[in-house]
Design a protein around this ligand. Structure first.
Ligand code: GZL
Length: 324
């Protein structure tokens, strides 16, 4: 992108103003073929195995050899830090901004600032609730509600007798936490499942362990089922369950979402009972969309990447070839 600006500058300032590139290092100028695109990526943080795989996929796709100069920021799961990172990308005049928005609300102002600066925004992984969806060019993500529904349908099929469930929710206000809860309720509708408690473990192993310890102190062995919004909180809960002298996968059946390697291993070992995948390998698709958007081509507003689900047997078969 910088190369294009240099050549336009040779044609005189009037071109710069006409191209709307005046005053920034590349926002909105539209990258020509073969130009290096400077992209700011505001990642949520490093809260889970899923996040690590997603970050790796994004860094691989937004590499120098693929024509990118990536400015990466991980916001430690704090939205205010993530918004500050986006503002910094705007001030640097990047060619495009990618965001994995920690929570759905609170994005209107900073996305408007990006739009006013002529810098396109692409969402990856999670999405946002905004009044005007022209504030982002495209979202490459997953169908979180369907993931929850698949988990709920498994629970309905598995539990035909009265069942007590506890839930480890994802990050409060995040699209996956909101939509997985909605989907699970739909998928399990009519099942004899009572939710004893539901609290956030913030998608982390430590959060899952701590909240499960509290559930076990309160409800003890009356818990039959744990629904964890991601593998990592389920993995953290395993420690609490075994410390309480109970057997995970038997005394307490566990259904989770993600299908990262450690979760799949717990499933293959019988500590988990069912996992719904949430594919983190979005980088290639996001990079393709960013290039098209900067070049001024039309793109799909939403791209949903397919997921699958696994039983213990299927996990044993899939593990050797798992990419994450
Ligand atoms: C889902 C992603 C969630 C994962 C968690 O797409 O946003 O965040 O399910 C991760 O593991 O922390």
């Amino acid at each position: 992108m910088k190369k294009i600006l240099a050549s336009i500058a040779l044609l005189g300032a009037v071109t710069l103003v006409a191209a709307g590139c005046a005053g920034n290092a590349g926002g909105g100028g539209g990258g020509g073929e073969g130009d290096v695109l400077t992209v700011g990526f505001a990642q949520t943080g490093s809260e889970s195995g899923w996040r690590a795989a997603n970050t790796e996929s994004m860094k691989e796709a937004f590499s120098e050899e693929n024509g990118f100069n990536l400015i990466f920021n991980a916001a430690d799961n704090k939205q205010e830090a993530q918004i500050a990172a986006v503002r910094s990308f705007i001030n640097q005049g990047v060619d495009a901004i990618v965001i994995a928005p920690i929570t759905v609300d609170g994005w209107d102002d900073v996305l408007k600032e990006a739009k006013d600066a002529g810098i396109p925004v692409v969402l990856e992984d999670r999405t946002v609730n905004v009044d005007d969806d022209s504030l982002y060019a495209s979202w490459v993500g997953l169908d979180f509600e369907k993931e929850g529904e698949t988990a709920g349908a498994w629970a309905k099929e598995t539990f035909t007798e009265p069942t007590n469930m506890v839930v480890l929710e994802g990050t409060t206000g995040s699209a996956p936490a909101l939509d997985r809860a909605t989907g699970f309720a739909t998928g399990s509708e009519g099942a004899p499942i009572t939710t004893l408690d539901s609290q956030t473990g913030d998608f982390t192993r430590d959060g899952g362990k701590k909240v499960m310890e509290g559930f076990l102190q309160k409800y003890g062995d009356s818990i039959n089922l744990l629904f964890a919004h991601n593998d990592d909180m389920g993995l953290g809960a395993l420690d609490a369950i075994t410390a309480a002298g109970l057997t995970p996968g038997t005394d307490i059946q566990i259904v989770t979402i993600d299908a990262v390697r450690d979760g799949m291993q717990a499933l293959a070992d019988g500590q988990f009972n069912f996992i719904v995948e949430c594919n983190p390998l979005l980088g290639e698709k996001v990079a393709e969309v960013v290039k098209k958007v900067v070049a001024g081509e039309t793109v799909e507003k939403t791209t949903i990447v397919e997921d699958q689900s696994f039983t213990p047997e299927q996990a044993k078969e899939a593990l050797p070839d798992r990419k994450y």
